[in-house]
Write a protein that binds this ligand. Sequence first.
Ligand SMILES: *[C@@H]1O[C@H](CO)[C@@H](O)[C@H](O)[C@H]1NC(C)=O
Ligand SMILES: *[C@@H]1O[C@H](CO)[C@@H](O)[C@H](O)[C@H]1NC(C)=O
Ligand SMILES: *[C@@H]1O[C@H](CO)[C@@H](O)[C@H](O)[C@H]1NC(C)=O
Length: 210
Amino acid sequence: MFSSTRALCVLIFLYFVALKCKGEGYKPLPNCTYVECPQYSVIHSEKEFEIRSYKDAVWVSSPNISESSYLGGFGGAKFLEAYFGGKNVEHVKIEKTLPAFLDVFPAPIYVQNTTYIVNYYVPKKYQNNVPTPLSPQVKPVKLPKHKYTAVRRFSGLDGDGTIAEQLDTLKKSLQGTPYQRATAVNQFTVAIYYNLYESDSVAEILLSFD
Ligand SMILES: *[C@@H]1O[C@H](CO)[C@@H](O)[C@H](O)[C@H]1NC(C)=O
Ligand SMILES: *[C@@H]1O[C@H](CO)[C@@H](O)[C@H](O)[C@H]1NC(C)=O
Ligand SMILES: *[C@@H]1O[C@H](CO)[C@@H](O)[C@H](O)[C@H]1NC(C)=O
């Protein structure tokens, strides 16, 4: 006996399967409904990755941090936290935005020579009138530097090993696609949306390209 409720469930299920196959891209992150996130459009999406085009916007960036792990590199966030907290000429407290972009410039061989830069998106309200940082360590920058961004979302950011693994998986999934050129660059970005110390935190690996 096939009840109507059951039939409805099947229909709803099929609808979502169809949505997924159509390639709607990753779901918007729940936090972005109450915290401002940078805008982008999805150019192409697949199960393993999506291609975005981020809207030009002003972000603020930390100085270069030379560290042996991403947690150390993420320490650069303290400069940006201070700036958002009011350490700017105008003394405004800036509302928190998500995600933090952690740019990673790996040295060819030695992990300990990795350079990190942390970037925070400046809210829309201040885009045309960016508060001036009091610290010379904080610099407003225009992002993105490249037209497209290949993105792989994952959960459980719990170490440098995870980042290396996810980066490798993203690069492999881009092989043989029209976006393969994204894998040629050594530099990449980790987008951190949730608490860094939560093991189920959602993060994304980003490769920018033209
Ligand atoms: C910061 O690091 C990047 C990547 O290694 C490098 O291109 C840039 O010149 C560095 N900037 C400064 C101010 O050292
Ligand atoms: C890497 O860092 C170490 C110590 O910080 C330094 O002695 C070494 O010269 C660096 N290597 C490269 C290739 O930059
Ligand atoms: C984002 O959402 C997660 C899960 O609900 C929560 O643990 C985290 O604190 C949120 N982050 C921010 C910055 O609101």
